[in-house]
Design a binder for this molecule. Structure first.
Ligand code: ADP
Ligand code: 6PG
Length: 185
């Protein structure tokens, strides 16, 4: 473990790497999991087969489709909290209400919102294999509630290499003071 990781190793923590599809959530979450020795959770693992088929076919999720996904994700996070108190979640987190549901779990939670030009995200999506088609990217931006000014959210520019992005994220985590209510969790 390096110095930054050692300083952060004592406290419970939920890092949520969020942003539109293709913004680099899984990539950064993997890097943070390794660097800070966190357990990695992928929100994509909690979609129903029908929801995945819907997205694969070129239809976006509606909020009605997102509800059971949120339920499954929150239940899993809640069930595993005691056994895995230090984790990182890759999850789009597009809706403010859904971010509030994650906060309601009561963990010291920092959202890392990956932001960048849609054209850059689209080009990265075009270059990867994934069930989520690039044709749905506009619908992701349409569904995204802005995070500017929201407490416990840091916006990170995706236009840098992953190693740099990870270093910047770690620095934000190191400087972050969890709100008192979640401090002792
Ligand atoms: N900082 C980065 N610089 C260059 N390419 C990146 C970066 N982050 C992610 N990528 C690439 O962009 C694509 C989408 O990243 P991914 O992590 O799958 O996004 P998401 O989980 O948000 O859908 C992948 O091919 C990944 O390798
Ligand atoms: O619309 C949403 O609520 C989510 O954004 C969801 O559709 C997710 O983005 C996909 O599962 C694609 O997965 P990635 O975001 O990991 O590319």
């Amino acid at each position: 473990m390096d110095d930054a990781a050692t300083k952060l190793s004592a406290r419970p923590l939920l890092l949520v790497v969020m942003g539109v599809s293709g913004s680099g959530k899984s990539t950064l979450a993997r890097a943070l999991a390794e660097r800070l020795e966190l357990a990695l959770f992928e929100a994509d693992d909690f979609h129903s087969a029908a929801a995945v088929a819907r997205m694969r076919s070129g239809l976006p999720l509606t909020n009605e489709w997102r509800e059971p996904w949120m339920d499954a994700l929150c239940q899993h996070l809640s069930r595993t909290r005691a056994s895995v108190p230090r984790r990182v979640l890759a999850w789009s987190g597009l809706q403010r209400d859904h971010r509030a549901r994650i906060l309601e779990l009561g963990e010291p939670t920092l959202f890392l919102h990956l932001v960048g030009p849609p054209a850059l995200v689209a080009s990265r999506m075009a270059a990867r294999e994934h069930f989520f088609p690039a044709s749905l990217l506009d619908s992701q931006y349409a569904a995204l509630d802005p995070t500017a000014g929201e407490a416990n959210v840091v916006e990170l520019d995706i236009g840098v290499p992953v190693e740099r992005l990870c270093a910047v994220a770690v620095e934000h985590v190191r400087m972050w003071q969890p709100p008192k209510a979640a401090d002792g969790c």
